[in-house]
Design a protein around this ligand. Sequence first.
Ligand SMILES: [Zn+2]
Length: 164
Amino acid sequence: MGILNQARASVIQRGYEYYKDKKVINFRKESDTVFYGSVKGTTAYDVKIDINHTVKNTYCNCPFAKDNRKICKHMVALYFTAFSNEAEQYIENIAEQERIEEERFNEMYGYLYDEDFEYYEDDEEINDYVMYEVVSNYVNNLTVPELRFRLIEALIKLYGKDFP
Ligand SMILES: [Zn+2]
């Protein structure tokens, strides 16, 4: 587990994609905790992971990880190759997370999508509707951190000191 605990979320995500795209070649298992492989990227990198000694004994010669103690996407790809059940778990957690976020969003704003909602009563309402389309387009393209940030901003603007 040490590898994933020490990696940034974006690194795990890229590592998962490398694993899924089968970019790990020459996979070799030395023991239950030590694994070797090469990972194809722009060039192929040589990777070794030791899940019991992630700092001292884990290595990759890519520019990101070479000469420092960072966990890189190649190490994560090798890790997922060695522990494919962890990869399954990872992607299930992501899917679950997205489902929860979508549910939360629908709870908060779902009524706006309700087709029974009567909108077109006069021009002003049509303008509101167009505005809604523009804003929802914008919001739907935000990443989750951006979305959180914008929501906080909007709530502060809306409620000021009276929140919640
Ligand atoms: Zn690397």
